[in-house]
Write a protein that binds this ligand. Structure first.
Ligand code: ATP
Length: 237
């Protein structure tokens, strides 16, 4: 089953063609990575998937629906952890979890999600008093509390220390094992190699390469996704 279908997506900000004809599809249970340098159009693409931005042209279907028109219905089935998105400073961790769980018709047990993401010890802390890594983990837990079929994670582990990053990978592995479809925007190529079944490399709003990490390494004659990415970057100069 196809969970995401994007065909010839275009989105400009004034004269800046942030997304310039992007097409890809993601099947159920797949983890799909969007990679590329700063300003390549990754966030704009996932914002169009999440219904936060309306494309200028092209087709976007998420779980068979148009996110620009059916954002509310899809919000019940899609969890989004975006780069931006601050919470009120005085909101406590447990309050945020309870509040977000209440937005869903069939949420997971928010206390269990809190424990799974190791937020129990800081449940009574206010958002404004959390470290960067704790904020990041909370945002992830909030994206998952609705028990989504699809999760969109923009810079999943940015700001996390190495141990927390690895722990997050394990938790994403659990999500995959449970059949959740994941879209991952990342600058960490080791992370994409570990977690993603397929990746697309964006540059200046266009996909310049796509395939499994192994395929990209094979195509560029390199040994890892990181080396493949660097070889592709070199080609693009
Ligand atoms: N709200 C906006 N208004 C105007 N221009 C924008 C806006 N959001 C993004 N852009 C521009 O669109 C282009 C693509 O940005 P986008 O954030 O989608 O890229 P990205 O690949 O996610 O980058 P990064 O890795 O830095 O997060 C950039 O040139 C950026 O400056």
């Amino acid at each position: 089953m196809t969970v995401i279908e994007v065909k010839d997506l275009h989105k400009a900000y004034g004269h800046n063609h942030a997304v310039d004809g992007v097409s890809f599809a993601v099947g159920k249970g797949e983890t799909f990575g969007l990679l590329g340098p700063n300003g390549a159009g990754k966030t704009t693409t996932v914002e169009c998937l999440s219904g936060l931005r309306r494309p200028d042209s092209g087709t976007v279907r998420v779980l068979g629906q148009d996110p620009a028109r059916r954002r509310r219905a899809l919000a019940q089935r899609v969890g989004v952890q975006l780069q931006e998105g601050e919470l009120p400073d005085r909101l406590k961790v447990a309050e945020a979890m309870r509040l977000f769980a209440a937005l869903y018709e069939r949420p997971d047990d928010w206390r269990a999600v809190l424990r799974r993401w190791d937020l129990g010890p800081i449940a009574a802390k206010a958002y404004g008093d959390l470290s960067g890594g704790q904020k990041q983990r909370l945002k992830l837990a909030l994206a998952l509390v609705g028990g989504p079929e699809l999760v969109v994670l923009d810079e999943l582990t940015t700001g996390l220390d190495p141990v927390a990053r690895r722990e997050t990978w394990t938790l994403i592995g659990d999500l995959k094992a449970a059949g959740t479809t994941v879209v991952l925007v990342s600058h960490y190529l080791d992370e994409a190699e570990e977690l993603c079944d397929r990746v697309a490399v964006l540059r200046k709003g266009r996909i310049v390469a796509h395939g499994s990490p192994r395929e990209l390494a094979g195509r560029t004659g390199t040994a890892s996704l990181e080396e493949a990415y660097l070889a592709l970057a070199e080609e693009g100069r």
